[in-house]
Design a protein around this ligand. Sequence first.
Ligand code: CA
Length: 371
Amino acid sequence: MQGTFIGSVKLVFAALIIAVLGACGPNQEDASESGSSVMAEPEKVYRWKLITTWPKNLPGLGTGPERLAEKLRLMSRGRLDIKVYGAGELVGPFEVFDAVSQGTAEMGHGAAYYWRGKIPIAAMFSTVPFGMNAQEMNGWLAYGGGMELWRELYEPFGLIPFAAGNTGVQMAGWFNKEINSLSDLEGVKMRIPGLGGEVLKRAGGIPVALPGSEVFTSLQTGVIDATEWVGPYNDLAFALHTVAKYYYYPGWHEPGPTLEAIVNKSAWESLPEDLQVMIEVASRSVNDDMLSEFTARNNAALRTLVDEHGVELRRLPDDVIAALKSASQDVVAEAASTDELSQRIYDSYMAFLADVRAYHEISEQVYVNIR
Ligand code: CA
């Protein structure tokens, strides 16, 4: 009897399962039919141009936009097909901002301090002498109100900015003479961009704005006496050790520059929402990836420079650092005084820096010193 009862229960369950599957069947077919009808629609392919301020495929800086384009191509299954142009291939390195603003290209990759001549305060979205490091910049942009202010600043130019790369703390640069006191900077013609260039000017030097592609030749031919570029990994690739003897640290002028991806606003608005999200996610990914690459490769490159090429590593003297720091405070404050928005950007940056520094003084800073 019991065996028959269990058998009956099994039958009832089997019938129920068949009934449930039967009820699901048509719905599933409906879903797959509607799915396949969406798939069958021809998908629009957006073919974009991405122009950069970097030499094509330069390790670190130049590979950043290449990886950004490649990630977007894969994520979108080819719907966002972006061709990357190195500096000078389509427009000059310092014409990227205007070219994307005008729609000559849909997208650009560079650094906000290159546009300081047009918008003095833009440099704060790249780097500020004696300002925030990479970790702190990322915090300010993502959670401290920085990104909203950056968008507001670029809005009149029809541009949408994204953080898309960071080198970490750079090196102070390459010199052919020792810098033992502030007077050694007097009259030195140095390639140095951004607010750092203005600071050098106050300290007696002569800042020169040059794109990366012209740095080596300019130093070799004596057009400039000194240059900063990035750090060991990128500087080794540029062979700067073959045209300068002394390699100075720390990079007081670029403590963690954010690189930018900029998108033409009309091009952005033409995209469906999923492709817009992909640009946001891929930019964030490249922003993180570039810092990881520099972090992983800088020291090996520095060892090569010092051990194999005889580069002389030097620390800037404390009194030189102190003078540059003092001048920096004036230069940054002056950039803020241009207009109301510049002042708000400055206030936001400085408030975040004060806040994050208070905690980092008992966390990151102490930890680095005790380990
Ligand atoms: Ca630099």
